[in-house]
Design a protein around this ligand. Structure first.
Ligand code: C2E
Ligand code: MG
Ligand code: MG
Length: 403
């Protein structure tokens, strides 16, 4: 049975809500003031809290502030009960992190709908964030990885993460025009962990949301600091996970990061994969169009490894196609790979898309790409992914690719 705590100093209102919720089979707890409310929240850890905003001594905002500081109570869904006139109080409450509010007097249906919505949302988040998620199916190493990752994010230890930058070079001019941001995690328990290991785990636990947000924020701050150094014509590509791409507030977040750092939206390119689009083509196109309207560019990553339906590409608002490393490896000598790569470049150009070849490791591969007018290359032949300072040195020394 789900437990709801009602913190309300007006006895008649409190009793009313208690009766109503008991009739709906909730377990209920009542508190007549903020102090008792905090005490009960900590000792009983309810599934949801309804709290009056205006109370003598410790008011609703005070209660919320205390509860959000305690890890045991920080994530309990919190709904404010407010008086109609108290608009500024309401704003303050939401800024403190309340999940919802209901204005008094409210109907039974309004109250129940707010409660059910919050409980449902919380259950979904809990499924994502719980370190217990399917943990028994994981190998001991993956279990440790999951626990460490959870700890790092929960404790906001983002200093364990570092963004590396791998140059993307214009094949015709040999100049660095962009970089792809690639995440690294230095775990105190496990040492350096590559994204192929921890990103899938972060995706299955929902931790990718705070991680992805941090990556975007750091990349935008980095772009700003490079601009301050006089580096203007650099684009950065950021990998997105499907969960981030489908987040409601994702577009607003991007706008905030761009505005805070006074960037041109055009210097940001988001890398998504075919499978992310095909999960829900219509909604993906809506999101992509919104991004494009802002000026943010979109690349299809790892092209050729997914569904590779060439027909739908035509109707997508994208700028760049990144040919997967699988096709580039030995492209000059493997007749099938060279045929496919040639066709992909040709097709992309017909659709007015730029082409990046991923994972270029040899001179022969580069020569092939040059000969077939591939626009950009990325790979160990020119540079591995580098820490920001080292990448900055490449830029400042004008390191060029000689084709
Ligand atoms: P990706 O986006 O396809 O990134 C390219 C990967 O190829 C990188 O691996 C890069 O180090 C590697 N690579 C580049 N050039 C060469 C080469 O010449 N030879 C070989 N053998 N490999 C090369 P990395 O850094 O391990 O990243 C793996 C994947 O993890 C990325 O693949 C991307 O899908 C994902 N990822 C990385 N950072 C992020 C992130 O911040 N967010 C999300 N959602 N995913 C990320
Ligand atoms: Mg990528
Ligand atoms: Mg790729």
């Amino acid at each position: 049975m789900r437990k709801i705590l009602i913190i309300e100093d007006e006895e008649s209102v409190r009793e009313n809500i208690l009766d109503l919720l008991e009739a709906e089979d909730f377990e209920t707890l009542g508190a007549a003031n903020g102090k008792i409310g905090v005490h009960l929240a900590i000792s009983e850890v309810p599934d949801l809290i309804l709290c009056d905003m205006m109370m003598p001594e410790l008011d609703g905002c005070g209660v919320l502030t205390v509860l959000r500081q305690d890890p045991m109570t920080a994530t309990i869904p919190f709904i404010f009960l407010t008086a109609k006139s108290a608009k500024s109080d309401f704003r303050r409450g939401m800024d403190l992190g309340a999940d919802d509010y209901i204005t008094k007097p409210f109907t039974r249906a309004e109250l129940l709908s707010a409660i059910m919505n919050r409980l449902e949302k919380h259950a979904t988040l809990k499924r994502y964030f719980s370190p217990q998620t399917a943990i028994h199916n994981l190998s001991p190493k993956m279990q440790l990885l999951q626990i460490s990752l959870h700890r790092a994010i929960k404790q906001q230890k983002f200093q364990e993460f570092e963004i590396y930058y791998q140059p993307i070079v214009d094949i015709a001019s040999g100049k660095i025009v962009a970089a792809e941001s690639l995440l690294r995690w230095q775990s105190p328990e496990l040492g350096i962990i590559y994204p192929t290991e921890f990103i899938p785990l972060a995706e299955s636990t929902g931790l990718i949301i705070p991680i992805g947000k941090w990556v975007l924020k750091r990349v935008c701050e980095q772009l700003k600091s490079w601009r301050n150094l006089g580096i203007f014509s650099l684009n950065i590509a950021v990998n997105l996970s499907v969960i981030e791409f489908n987040q409601q507030d994702f577009i607003q977040e991007i706008i905030n990061f761009i505005e805070t750092n006074e960037l041109q939206a055009e210097c940001l390119e988001l890398e998504i994969t075919e499978s992310m689009i095909l999960q829900d083509v219509n909604s993906a196109v809506v999101t992509m169009n919104k991004l494009r309207t802002l000026g943010v560019k979109i690349a299809i990553d790892d092209f050729g490894t997914g569904y590779s339906s060439l027909i739908y590409l035509k109707s997508l608002p994208i700028n760049t196609l990144k040919i997967d490393r699988y096709f580039i490896h030995n492209v000059a000598t493997d007749p099938q790979k060279s045929a496919i790569t040639k066709a992909l470049i040709q097709m992309a150009h017909n659709l007015n898309l730029n082409v990046v070849a991923e994972g270029v490791e040899t001179e022969a591969e580069l020569a092939f790409l040059h000969q077939h007018n591939c626009n950009f290359m990325q790979g160990f032949l020119f540079s591995r992914p580098l820490p920001a300072v080292e990448f900055e040195n490449l830029l400042l020394t004008n390191k060029c690719l000689y084709v």
